[in-house]
Design a protein around this ligand. Structure first.
Ligand SMILES: Cc1cc2nc3c(=O)[nH]c(=O)nc-3n(C[C@H](O)[C@H](O)[C@H](O)COP(=O)(O)O)c2cc1C
Length: 151
């Protein structure tokens, strides 16, 4: 395995647009055989790598689905997102939101980990009266739900 690929680009080699603060939110389906121990391992390793890459965020797991908020310099974010998208521990990755951010939401967490016991997205969507067919409403509700864990 190439160690270089696991190192972030030095900030002074990046253009201002590479360094712009960006966020990415997606939903995915966890692999069938993924247990609590594997999820804990993903969170632990992600936290370490995110710290090196200057990324922060939150991973929520509920009913076999993952919902993740990730934020940081655009270049570093894109590098990790490419890895996440190829990871066989989940599939059916659906992009919900990607774009600039004015300030970090999860500045104090390299990888906050939450599940149904912390809060239920299903309940949140029901309370907000959002249908999964309303893609914009769904994406913005998932974003608001994840952001609520930064408080
Ligand atoms: C649901 C999920 C969320 C993940 N989140 C992150 C993350 O926030 N940061 C990270 O570095 N890796 C994350 N990973 C792990 C990456 O997909 C990948 O395994 C890791 O970056 C190491 O990649 P490499 O083995 O190609 O170096 C996540 C994996 C899954 C399945």
């Amino acid at each position: 395995m190439s160690d270089i690929a696991n190192r972030p680009a030095p900030l002074d080699s990046l253009t201002p647009s590479d360094q712009e603060l960006y966020h990415y939110v997606y939903r995915s389906t966890a692999a069938d055989d993924l247990g609590r121990a594997e999820i804990d391992a993903i969170v632990r390793r992600s936290g370490h790598r995110n710290e090196v890459f200057g990324l922060t965020g939150c991973l929520h797991h509920e009913d076999g689905l993952f919902f993740q908020w990730l934020e940081g310099p655009r270049y570093q974010l894109d590098q990790i997102v490419n890895k996440i998208r190829r990871d066989p521990r989940h599939q059916d990755i659906e992009d919900l939101s990607y774009g600039p951010l004015t300030r970090r939401i999860f500045g104090s967490w390299t990888m906050r980990s939450t599940d149904r016991s912390d809060g239920s997205l299903t309940q949140w969507l029901t309370d907000a009266d959002v249908s999964t067919y309303d893609r914009r409403g769904y994406a913005s509700s998932v974003g608001a739900f994840l952001k609520s864990f930064a408080a």
